[in-house]
Design a protein around this ligand. Sequence first.
Ligand code: PLP
Length: 481
Amino acid sequence: MSPDEFRTYGHQLVDWVADYWTSLPQRRVRPADPPGAVAAKLPAGPPATGDGFASLVDDLDTIIAPGLTHWQHPRFFAYFPANTSGPSVLGDLVAAGLGVQGMLWATGPACTEVETVVLDWLADLLDLPEKFRSRSTGGGVIQDSASSATLVATLAALHRASGGDWRAEGTRRRYTVYTSTEGHSSIEKAARMAGIGDAGLRLIEVDEETLAMRPDRLRERIAADVAAGAVPALVVATVGTTSTTAVDPLPAIAEITREYGIWLHVDAAYAGSAAVCPELRAGQVGLEHADSYCFDPHKWLLTGFDCDAFWVADRAGLIQALSVLPEYLRNAATDSDAVIDYRDWQVPLGRRFRALKLWFVLRWYGAEGLRAHIRSHVALARDFAALVRADQRFEIVAPYPYALVVFRLRGAAPDDADRANAALLERLNADGGVYLSHTRVRGRYALRLAVGSPRTTAADVAAAWDAIRSAADAVAGGSSV
Ligand code: PLP
């Protein structure tokens, strides 16, 4: 494709994406087709000669877009958002066009330096502790996901807990990792990948009311493990758990991690974006005692997947844990020790210019634009919660400090209530007008409504509530889905 062809078709595709966004309210949020429907429409193999562009766009229109769950849809309320935006897409377009590999400062000076500056900006915007800034002992890096951030934190924690022996020895000692029963599954995965295994993972009980980790139970478990000869390496506290956005008490947890010298990683994958608003920073009190912190701008900060912002308080420790320097990567800048080589801050060697989309987003919206985005969702979620509270058939089952409301139909018999709530969700989502997801809270089935699309308005939330009430009527009336 020549640059001129790229220009022509690129313009067409920018139009296509803009039209797609405009078309979202008219689309089902999820397709109704069964598994295999998309694959069945695709040719059996690649074309022997190039297909041309027209048929590609045609396939986008007729096969791909209709076969998608539309995460940018204004009535997508499931899971957590994965919102994107024009500036993010354009930043990614430029990054893709540049095709830079930023594994070393030398292979991408601007790629590296923009990332360092953008993560410092972001630390300012969220009012993170000074130690996470590059001008201090720490610094930030973009990972592909919060899962990778947790893995990297686990490896750095092992390195520290072993007194530096882990690099040579691996996990010869019995290391343990702690999170709450509500901690994300990526922590379990990280423990496995790091060689600690399920046997070394401790899921700490949560408070019945707040669903946040109980520091008294954490302390007991750590003390028992130490007495049994284990080496506690890492505690992962969560600000905004996946199920209900519960917030673990960082000050009390940090008191314990400091006492035992355990690495404290704070996972705020979803809720971290809220900290652009000063009034939504309560969850990060105590963060000054954490060794690492991450959140996903690719969830709620208008930056398309993938973009996890990860900070460490002690970059030297992280680099010692992960650095491997083969001859073919040696260069004068690395040897000078005056630059950051982000390959030492992550699992892969190669890395693309992800900072560009984040930089575009921060510059386009500015702090006030991002705050308005978050505040509008928090307000819409509170409006929705008020609607739920006003209907005696429903109950809200967890605090909602951000833009997720977890609720369910009441019911005297728990199993019957679970079945009714599951039936309600199935009916609701089968219609295609809205999309919600579910969880279990204190063992009971519950529905989750997360406001997160930049296109969601009060009318969309009202439509969701109407659909929920109609589905509840149908479930109560016993009609099948
Ligand atoms: N941690 C929490 C609290 C989450 O809610 C999620 C995803 O929802 C993750 C981690 C994993 O995020 P990622 O997809 O970026 O790995």
